[in-house]
Design a protein around this ligand. Structure first.
Ligand SMILES: [Ca+2]
Length: 287
């Protein structure tokens, strides 16, 4: 029997936080131990082992990792953008950057972020003809820092009717306009949400979640549900022979690049996550 009467208190110090998924279920404190701003201290409890002893730090960390692995089994792809354009889920839907030297920044919400300079993007060709199904969520953090007079794609599988889902920004209202949507058999356009406003030079978080069985599309900006065409669609998101693009408007457009930083925190960037929707709505701490 596992005893929970006397929890073990452990302190984990990660000098290089390799996965922000582990932020989700732990109390985490941003403590600048090194003066470099790169370390996080984690405080959590674990039950004693069957023999009454406390698990080692390695054992405790492994247990936590396994719990997360199980709870994110629906994850499609995860791009931390800390030092590469790779998918850090188990699926290996790796991104291909258009720029020779991808730029990563300490200006981030988790680890580092990727900087998009208005000419660079990341394509994930593995998503061509991908069956998105009827349960889909995408989560992304972004901080637009320039080219406010342009339309800009953030993440999508193609521009407007070329793809079947997208999150993008407009040039209206000083470039703060934000929206997106999905395309299904009964909804032919993606601009189901088009009145959100995300101020420039600040981090913002978008979660768009689609439930094709319930016929519901929700769009959250910084944890607040936005008004839009929530009953736009039902059934599966259409399959397209297009790549997923991050940092540009996607297939069907040659311009409309994003200018600024894109990151993740605590959860995935792209996932079949209807069953985990609650995770997305945990309190957000935008920097
Ligand atoms: Ca990151």
């Amino acid at each position: 029997m596992l005893s929970k009467s006397l929890p073990v208190i452990c302190f984990l110090l990660f000098s290089n936080l390799s996965t922000c998924l582990s932020c989700v279920d732990t109390l985490n404190v941003d403590v600048d131990v090194t003066g470099q701003g790169a370390d996080c201290v984690y405080i959590f409890t674990r039950p004693k082992k069957m023999d009454g002893s406390c698990p080692s730090l390695v054992e405790a960390a492994k247990d936590l990792y396994n719990e997360h692995s199980n709870s994110y089994e629906d994850l499609i792809a995860y791009y931390p953008f800390n030092s590469d354009n790779l998918d850090h889920s188990t699926n290996s839907y790796h991104g291909t950057p258009s720029d020779e030297n991808s730029m990563y920044s300490e200006d981030a919400v988790c680890g580092r972020s990727r900087f998009f300079d208005g000419t660079s993007k990341v394509d994930i060709e593995a998503f061509r003809s991908f069956e998105w199904g009827s349960a889909f969520s995408v989560s992304v953090w972004f901080k637009r820092t320039g080219q406010f007079g342009n339309y800009q794609g953030i993440v999508n599988n193609g521009y407007y009717t070329t793809g079947s889902w997208e999150i993008r920004m407009g040039r209206e209202n000083s470039g703060s306009k934000l929206g997106g949507g999905v395309i299904t058999g009964d909804s032919s356009a993606t601009w189901d949400y088009n009145q959100a406003s995300a101020s420039g030079n600040e981090w913002h978080h978008v979660v768009m979640s689609y439930d094709g069985e319930a016929g519901s599309l929700t769009y959250y900006l910084d944890g607040v549900a936005q008004s839009g065409n929530s009953d736009c669609c039902s059934g599966p998101i259409l399959v397209r022979d297009t790549a997923v693009t991050i940092g540009q408007a996607g297939a069907g457009k040659t311009n409309e690049y994003f200018y600024g930083f894109i990151d993740e925190k605590g959860f995935l960037l792209i996932g079949l996550a209807r069953s985990h929707f609650g995770h997305f709505m945990q309190p957000l701490s935008a920097k």
